[in-house]
Write a new protein. Sequence first.
Length: 457
Amino acid sequence: MSRRLIVCALSSVCIAAVIANESKTAGLNDCQIGTYRFSDGEIVDIARSEGDTFRWRKFDGTTGVLHKKGDGSWTSTLGWTDHPDGHTASFTHCATGEIEFDGKKADRIPFDTTDTMFEGHGGIKLAGRLVLPKTNDPVPIVVLVHGAERDSARDSYALQRLLPAENVGAFVYDKRGTGGSAGKYTQDFDTLADDAVAAMREAKRIAGTRCARIGYQGGSQGGWVAPIAATRAPVDFVIVSFGLAVSVIDEDQEEVALEMRLKGHNQEEISKALEVASAAEAVFESGFTKGFERFDAVRAKYRKEPWYKDLHGNYTHFILPYTAAELREQREQGKAFVFGTPFRYDPMPTLRAVEAPQLWILGEDDLEAPSAETSRRIKMLIAEEKPITLALFPHAEHGMTEYEVASNGERVSTRYAPGYFAMMRDFARNGQLSGTYGSSLVVKPKMEPPPTGQDRK
């Protein structure tokens, strides 16, 4: 069993990390990286992508990957597909803050940027960065809370520029054990919530009077962490993107059931698949110390049934090919990659305790974090008159991306859902949504919360 297998198996955002953030690539000239504004006010962000490529993003959600041609020009492919989309770019003058995109000039947007080191839970040194728009006016600030990825958020989170380009500050930091931060990587929500609180306080300290309001945005695993942080120190808002209001165990169970249903299996077959998943989950939950015999027995019971090949789940599928003997052999290695994941954590009491307005943004077609039960639970909290807004984007996947289905049946993302970025910007500004945001279906709280922070009247 490889190190990568264990890491991804315990990661609720293994696939989404590729969608939401892309790794730093050595050898690329930093002068291309930045957010640029056209003369008509439209913006385009240029970020590192895989290999010798760059990802561009616009605030409307369109995105693609730029590939360098032999003559020094760059051409784009659609979203995360390999289809040409007709977009072009030139970075000839990027050193002076100017690029061309689709033949139009755009100038790099200057920001007030402060890099910092601060102490998280247990005194661990964390690396952060505050990015503010170039203005002396107070602005809202969004603290970006990690998913389960192992990449540096400071290198890979485009929101650290997209939001400031829209006059909303952003504080980005590397979670412990990643990037420039010290400590050991963990998925312990309590520890990560303390780190998020420390990040929020550091952002406020640096911003001083520039901070009008402050709150969290957490994607995927960050959707468990950010609300906990909001109960430990006052904030003005919490934004959860493609997160879950169920436990980590429930996440795997829901994904198994949803995938089997989408592949046409009946309830009896789904129940059998869930029995296998439950045995696999017990092995993970034990930290690879027990449950092997049960796991072996239930696999032997169902392995020859036609539906078995379609069994997947969020992390069940990672250990399906391994025998109990192989899992035992890897027990000691596996312990090194047990990250303190609270598999049975129930987020509902925390969500009820959060006093700040919450915005939950879910994708209707999310496979990695199925949204149906979470959506039902959030609506229940809204009915209880909690200050929560729910936004459901049809045809949106994990990472809040729309997708096409490839010839092999796999989904390939094409763009971010229209209105997704604008929705986060607006909620950060005043804790409310107004107007329409693409094709999203919005359920608002029974009573809109009053503005909070320094802009409170």
